[in-house]
Design a protein around this ligand. Sequence first.
Ligand SMILES: Cc1cc2nc3c(=O)[nH]c(=O)nc-3n(C[C@H](O)[C@H](O)[C@H](O)COP(=O)(O)OP(=O)(O)OC[C@H]3O[C@@H](n4cnc5c(N)ncnc54)[C@H](O)[C@@H]3O)c2cc1C
Length: 373
Amino acid sequence: MEKVQVTIIGAGVIGLAIARELADHASDIIVLENNDHFGRETSSRNSEVIHSGIYYPKGSLKARLCVEGARLLYEYCQTHHIPHQRLGKLIVATTEAEIGSVRSLHEKGRGNGVINLAIVDAGQIHAWEPRVPGLMGLWSPDTGIINSHALMESYYREANQAGVLFAFNSEAKSITRQGDDYEIVTGNDEYRFRSRIVINCAGLYSDRVAELAGLDVDALGYRLQYCKGDYFSYSGSAPVSRLIYPVPHENLTGLGVHATLDLGGRLRFGPDTETVDRIDYTVDERKKGTFYQSACKIITGLEKDRLMPDMAGIRPKRKGSGVMDFIIREETQNGLPNFINLIGMESPGLTASLAIARQVRTLLQGSSSGSGL
Ligand SMILES: Cc1cc2nc3c(=O)[nH]c(=O)nc-3n(C[C@H](O)[C@H](O)[C@H](O)COP(=O)(O)OP(=O)(O)OC[C@H]3O[C@@H](n4cnc5c(N)ncnc54)[C@H](O)[C@@H]3O)c2cc1C
């Protein structure tokens, strides 16, 4: 039976970043991807924002990997000519009650190591963005936007050139521990092979892949609950030139319907939050009224007729209450040496992709089970 050193399950932005990171350290790597192309799920259904790391609890993986990831990503964009723009973002308090939250976010961001944050008053907001009715705002100049497709293309090309093998239309259907290796069976042609290391970055299916390998995902807190986010685009010229966000939800289910611009200057509102049980990317047109109300809170003088249903993405949230962190774990203690799970990789997974990939390499190089990396 054929044997490889590393199998990566899932070719979203995170699987691609890991493939690129490990390419120079492993003898052979295969990436299994269910779809016929990389990046067809969550990685191409998001806001394409390079986050700075303000929102996440201090000491969390989300906070650390977002701050480190944003720095690495800007460097990568420069050296690899990935279209991006450091537009900056304003989080605005539109009621007196929200002013305290803006101050707390400022403290939180600084605690996470985000530099250059500043509190701005209503006059400054008005001078920059006359259509934004903020009483006070948090200015994050290092938040930006990126062409996520160009980024994934670049990760893919680098990994491919370094010898990583990509198997598309190949769903990992069974994973069994056999001696020091894992035996993996893929869907279509019942192809079987062995792998020393398995990395599960299957996004919305990562809990099921962990279960395939024999883990009790409910007991471990790996079970996912999907949370859909719809977007509406705003046709015509954009009334703002920066990213405009409201004060976020208390439990960070989402960041609140916000206004993002893409690299073509097109304005979009979203994503909202809706708990769902299945994957369906249809945008519910009936939400137009609610989107209009949310959008009018952060930008004045909008015309409802210019709002159009756009696209939707689904967050792979871990089940549970409060802010749930990423899981990036080597599973020796759960009986699966050299098996790495990445679960709950919602935002800021795109921003953090390079830092996440480094973290995975560090875990493997430090593995007590001897990954051979
Ligand atoms: C609405 C929304 C907005 C977001 N906005 C931002 C943002 O602005 N900035 C930011 O940093 N992050 C953002 N994110 C988060 C970011 O998009 C994700 O963290 C990132 O895309 C996750 O990448 P991934 O590779 O883990 O998952 P995916 O892109 O979902 O890739 C997983 C892959 O695994 C494959 N797969 C699944 N099961 C199997 C199997 N058994 N065998 C083989 N292949 C399999 C799938 O086909 C898929 O291609 C947002 C997310 C959402 C939902």
